[in-house]
Design a protein. Structure first.
Length: 94
């Protein structure tokens, strides 16, 4: 399984949330099978999104795409984001 993990440092929740939701159709078109959004308990401006992808090609196209980087810049007020494409090695029970 391929995943894209994005770490965001956001400005305002409202700005981030609008852009994040508006990007859902593009993620789906590129093969995203959904994901989850996490917020740091110690820093509410630090968010992590984890998406599952049908294949590495779509995941890389999303991660490296100009639209992705523009959306992240708008959603974070240019603060910063980090994107990683990873493959699952194995799962653990605990």
């Amino acid at each position: 399984m391929v995943h894209v993990i994005v770490q965001h440092k956001i400005g305002t929740w409202e700005q981030f949330d609008t852009i994040f939701r508006d990007d859902a159709e593009r993620r789906k078109r590129l093969g995203s099978m959904g994901g989850k959004l996490f917020r740091s308990m110690d820093d509410p401006q630090s968010l992590f999104s984890v998406f599952e992808w049908a294949d590495a090609k779509g995941a890389r196209e999303f991660a490296e795409g100009l639209e992705t980087h523009e959306a992240m810049e708008w959603a974070t007020s240019g603060i910063w984001s980090k994107v990683c494409v990873v493959e699952e090695v194995y799962g653990v029970e605990a």
